[in-house]
Write a protein that binds this ligand. Structure first.
Ligand SMILES: *Cc1c(COP(=O)(O)O)cnc(C)c1O
Length: 393
């Protein structure tokens, strides 16, 4: 029994590749090559070197003394907030740009909602001198102007998606259309453990550096590689997949996934996919997603842009369905308070996505001797205006 993807990209009943026939050559080229390329010594060497010198890895595993005292348990923070660009997303974009180069691609496309993945993609394209086109809904372009400016400074072209609700799903449609039209020279960088096989598995493998480091660092600090619990927030699920990866098949390690309940699970304004989702297909993958009774995708809501996604990656759907993962959903209000608390107790202002993971400490009791690792997926600089408005700072 394993919680990893099988050869066809299935996690239990979830995953696979449900794509239009015209996209088949693109994903097939990637599927046939990704594991072989990731195992090439020259690939590994360049990936590790860039993670070290450019991203700043290994990120610290920090024992949060005052937070641990308050909640009477041993809490460690995995500091992905200290990565270059301010979050874990760059681990994946570094991996995929190197993959694209090995496949001989000369052009990168991506889609972005809040702009964080667009910035992480534009960053690695600048690093490698590769052309970059980022699709973004027209509405998102208007409400995320600092990230649009960052992408432009980094040399990317931001193309507005003008159809539908003019948000993330429309940008995704545009990116897929582009990829179908440019199958030979273009690689599509997907930003989370979502999309058709092999994306969820490939992205999880790139992010798995997080749990690989936790193992070594915990061995140094606690004399054992395994914590009792690993906690992470789940939007699409990439930071969580990375934090869980090397613990998935070790049942003594509890896996806790935190979703955004928005204004409340039953409020109609939420992104709590495990609580509200049904089996369906989104972005080419069979997974749990929020939908109307006739199968139309429901518009998600969360105060944190990164958790505002109507589905979860197939790994997480399987962790939920099988009971391997414990799923907790946290409201906007509880997340905001947890972000403020972490700032005051530890001097660390977290991204609001990450604040959701900390908020469970108010509800989920741990034993004093438990070792609890919380993945601090990103820093709060990008969310300062939201914090200012919420707390009247
Ligand atoms: C994008 C983002 C997330 C959510 O994405 P996952 O793929 O679920 O990790 C979480 N935290 C931060 C800081 C982000 O930028």
């Amino acid at each position: 029994m394993t919680y990893q993807a099988d050869e066809k990209g299935y996690y239990g009943e979830f995953g696979g590749a449900f794509i239009p026939e015209m996209l088949y050559p693109n994903t097939e080229e990637l599927r046939q090559n990704y594991i072989r390329i990731m195992n090439e010594p020259s690939f590994k060497k360049e990936f590790d070197q860039l993670l070290k010198d450019y991203v700043g890895r290994p990120t610290p595993l920090y024992f949060a003394n005052r937070l641990s005292e308050k909640y009477n348990t041993k809490i460690y923070l995995k500091r992905e907030d200290l990565c270059h660009t301010g979050a874990h997303k760059v681990n994946n974009t570094i991996g995929q740009i190197l993959m694209a180069k090995k496949l001989g691609k000369t052009r990168i496309i991506a889609e972005t909602g809040a702009g964080q993945h667009g910035v992480a993609t534009a960053t690695v394209c600048a690093l490698m001198g590769i052309q970059c086109v980022v699709y973004m809904g027209e509405i998102d372009i208007a409400r995320q102007s600092p990230n649009v400016a960052r992408m432009k400074m980094l040399g990317a072209e931001v193309r507005p998606a003008l159809s539908g609700s003019r948000t993330l799903k429309d940008a995704t449609n545009e990116a897929i259309r582009d990829w179908i039209n440019n199958p030979v020279d273009t690689h599509y960088i997907i930003g989370s453990v979502v999309g058709p096989h092999p994306y969820p598995d490939m992205v999880a493998r790139f992010q798995s550096v997080i749990s690989a480091e936790i193992k070594t660092q915990l061995q140094e600090k606690e004399g054992r590689e395994n914590p009792d619990y690993v906690v992470a927030c789940v939007g699409g699920g990439s930071n969580a997949a990375g934090a869980y990866y090397h613990y998935l098949d070790q049942p003594e390690v509890g896996i806790i996934a935190v979703e955004a309940a928005g204004k409340g699970i039953d409020s109609g304004e939420s992104a709590a996919t495990s609580a509200l989702g049904k089996v369906g297909i989104i972005h080419g993958s069979k997974t749990l997603l929020m939908q109307t009774p006739d199968g139309q995708i429901t518009e998600p809501y969360s105060i944190s842009a990164g958790l505002d996604y109507p589905g979860v990656g197939p790994m997480h759907a399987h962790l939920f369905k099988s009971g391997r993962g414990e799923f907790i959903s946290i409201t906007d209000d509880d997340a905001m308070q947890a972000g403020l608390l972490l700032s005051k107790l530890e001097g660390i202002i977290p991204a609001i996505e990450s604040s959701h993971a900390f908020a469970i400490l108010e509800y989920r009791k741990f034993k004093p001797e438990d070792v609890v690792v919380i993945n601090l997926s990103g820093r709060g600089d990008k969310d300062l205006n939201t914090y200012i408005d919420y707390f009247n700072l």
